[in-house]
Write a protein that binds this ligand. Structure first.
Ligand SMILES: [Zn+2]
Ligand SMILES: [Zn+2]
Length: 657
């Protein structure tokens, strides 16, 4: 099923690692000037250490050549795009224990037995291991557990967290090809800061020290890209803005075109994002309306009949089944130029503001999602549901065959919500985990790869690391303008930075955001409002230039607006622009003789503190006077006199020639 999910913007897999040769300097000792009145707040160190605990359970030390294992592993790993790169020094340690008997008993007793093979429950294993003190996750690091499970020949793994009744022992068919999608490969993890590698098969063949050592090295190397997962900016520089976004409140606005009024469990989206970014609040709202005729015609023009219908079906463990068939397909080509030029995408790009009633597309805390429900016989881009997340174009587009909701029964809405969660995940910069699921790769349990309630601990760490750096650096930037405040907040900032170095990420981000959002709570100041021509001398042909001195103490100005009315019942707004520092300008259009014009200035700082000149008791008015004011009349009279003189002279000269 998930094979059919498409999200092209970020579908580049980053399995490879950039190995950095930058030497490790240890955590900066964050030396702080102790006596000076102007504190030097520490920068975040780009060099950090991760403790990588390799726990061998049931695999004795005779099978691991520690020297050659270390030679096969990288010592450093780079995470994130500049300027937020972290150079991790990997501090590997090895421990050997027998596999706990009670754990293997529990796995067998609670297995799902299917076609003669036992499927062990991944969630149960994770719970059992989390109670086992010897394989505790290391501080500031990750656990990689390599297991030989006793008395467990011929087993596989099973994972369903969400509605197991719908997915347990289910077989999915894509165009007739069966797929036990919910059965997992032997290597998986990510619910906690842990990966599990079931190497029982290797151990039960004819293991040698060199074989097991090289298998383990390969598994670790193939996991590092997922453990130290990057964010979108590493793939597309335009996504660096998405990496470093700083919002506390997010609103997901879903516009369900051609929706039939069915409800989706939207609170799942809210919950998973508040879990991913615990310092944020999420609101998810859905509005249903019919697609406009132009869109319907456009889609029809891009729809082709399929020679062989696409079919997707699933047989549940209780014998009941679903089937979806598509006779037609909407042609959608996001492969060329990353899809930016696909007319269907362009259609939506051009309508974001209108569709969602937005004024400011720069405010990325509002996430517009177009959810397009097609006819029951119509696939989208060759699949029955597909999505794409376009942060740089301010919209997420998800289209699906209508019967995905109806014929898939209860799992239909779940799968659609999963797709939404995945695409919104890209909006906050998450990228795909590895799509290679053979025995050398772990399958990460995460909404960025599989059907689950949650994002994995690696995505959570990555998101928190960048958020922290973004808030911290912005806070330092603001405090550089306010040394007195910096001195007051110095200890708090150092505590917060220490939490960051200690991988206590939720606490770290929460402390730095509480400082950041409290830094600027005062609105800008507006003074020296001047207009040309002056208010007693504006003629019908005159545009009026307005300038004002607008300043903001801390965060700086986001925008200054000139709002005006000619008393016809409406107000209009013009963005003022700043030519020289603090001086903001805009030009009012000319108005007919006798018009009364009133204008005010509105200023907003980067912390969304807003003020209007009206609130400061400043309101400006002028009355458009007749064209021929005294000065004009004088000028015209002078010109006419000179013309008359010239003409007289010309006539004279003619006469005497
Ligand atoms: Zn995707
Ligand atoms: Zn993840």
């Amino acid at each position: 099923m998930i094979k059919k999910l498409r999200c092209f913007f970020l579908c580049v897999f980053t399995i490879g690692l950039c190995l950095s040769t930058i030497p490790y300097h240890g955590l900066d000792s964050h030396a702080i000037a102790e006596t000076t009145s102007a504190p030097v707040l520490p920068e975040i160190s780009p060099n950090q250490t991760a403790n990588m605990k390799l726990a061998f359970l049931g695999v004795s030390s005779e099978y691991i050549n520690q020297i050659s294992l270390m030679a096969l592993l990288p010592q450093t790993v780079k995470q994130f795009a500049d300027p937020n790169s972290i150079n991790w020094t990997l501090n590997f340690s090895l421990v050997f224990y027998p596999f706990p008997d009670n754990a293997s008993d529990s796995l067998r007793n609670n297995a799902l037995y299917s076609e003669g093979s036992a499927c062990f429950n991944i969630t149960l294993l994770d719970k059992l291991l989390s109670q086992f003190q010897d394989v505790a996750i290391p501080e500031c690091g990750y656990l990689l557990a390599f297991m030989w499970i006793p008395n467990a020949t011929d087993h596989s793994w099973f994972y369903v967290q969400e509605r197991p009744d719908l997915f347990l022992n289910r077989t999915d068919y894509f165009n007739g090809v069966p797929s036990k999608y919910w059965v997992f490969p032997p290597n998986f993890g990510g619910s906690r800061r842990a990966l599990c590698f079931d190497i029982s098969e290797t151990m039960e063949a004819s293991p040698t020290e060199s074989l097991v050592t090289s298998v383990v090295a390969k598994l670790i190397n193939n996991s590092l890209g997922d453990i130290f997962t990057d964010l979108g900016g590493s793939i597309d520089p335009r996504m660096i803005a998405a990496d470093v976004q700083r919002y506390q409140n997010y609103t997901v606005k879903i516009l369900w075109l051609n929706g039939t009024g069915e409800q989706l469990p939207l609170e799942q989206i809210q919950r998973s994002f508040e879990d991913l970014m615990p310092w944020t609040n999420w609101t998810v709202a859905i509005e249903t309306k019919p697609a406009d005729n132009a869109l319907n015609d456009f889609i029809e023009s891009r729809t082709t009949e399929l020679a062989t219908p696409l079919s997707y079906s699933a047989v549940l463990s209780n014998g009941s089944s679903f089937t979806i068939e598509a006779e037609r397909n909407v042609e959608w080509n996001p492969y060329e130029n990353s899809g930016e030029n696909d007319p269907l995408n362009q259609y939506f790009f051009n309508r974001v503001k209108d569709y969602f009633g937005l004024t400011d597309l720069e405010d990325k805390s509002i996430i517009p999602v177009v959810l397009l429900q097609l006819h029951n016989d119509t696939a989208f881009g060759g699949g029955y549901q597909a999505g794409v997340s376009w942060f740089p174009h301010d919209v997420i587009i998800v289209a699906f065959q209508g019967s995905a909701l109806t014929e898939l029964g209860e799992s239909g809405p779940l799968l659609l919500v999963h797709l939404l969660k995945h695409e919104i995940g890209h909006w906050v910069s998450l990228i795909h985990h590895s799509s290679v699921f053979d025995s050398d790769y772990p399958k990460i349990i995460c909404s960025m790869r599989t059907l689950t309630n949650e994002f994995c601990s690696f995505c959570k760490d990555a998101r928190a690391r960048i958020s922290y750096m973004s808030f911290y650096n912005a806070t330092l930037g603001l405090l550089s303008k306010n040394q007195a405040k910096a001195a007051i907040l110095e200890d708090e900032l150092n505590d917060s930075l220490q939490s960051f170095y200690n991988w206590d990420y939720t606490k770290a981000v929460e402390t730095v955001t509480s400082i950041y959002f409290a830094l600027d709570t005062t609105p800008p100041n507006i003074i020296n409002v001047l207009q040309t021509p002056p208010e007693d001398n504006v003629s019908p042909q005159d545009e009026v230039k307005v300038s004002a001195t607008v300043t903001d103490g801390l965060s700086g100005l986001k925008r200054v607006i000139l709002n005006y009315t000619n008393h016809n019942g409406t107000w209009s707004a013009i963005d003022m622009t700043s030519i020289e520092e603090d001086i903001w300008n805009a030009t009012l259009p000319a108005f007919a003789y006798g018009t009364n014009v009133t204008y005010i200035i509105i200023a907003e700082d980067n912390f969304n503190n807003m003020i209007t000149s009206q609130e400061m008791g400043l309101e400006y008015q002028y009355h458009v006077v007749p064209e021929f004011s005294s000065t004009t009349i004088l000028a015209v009279f002078t010109a006419l006199t000179m013309l008359a003189v010239a003409l007289t002279r010309k006539n004279r000269s003619k006469r005497f020639s």
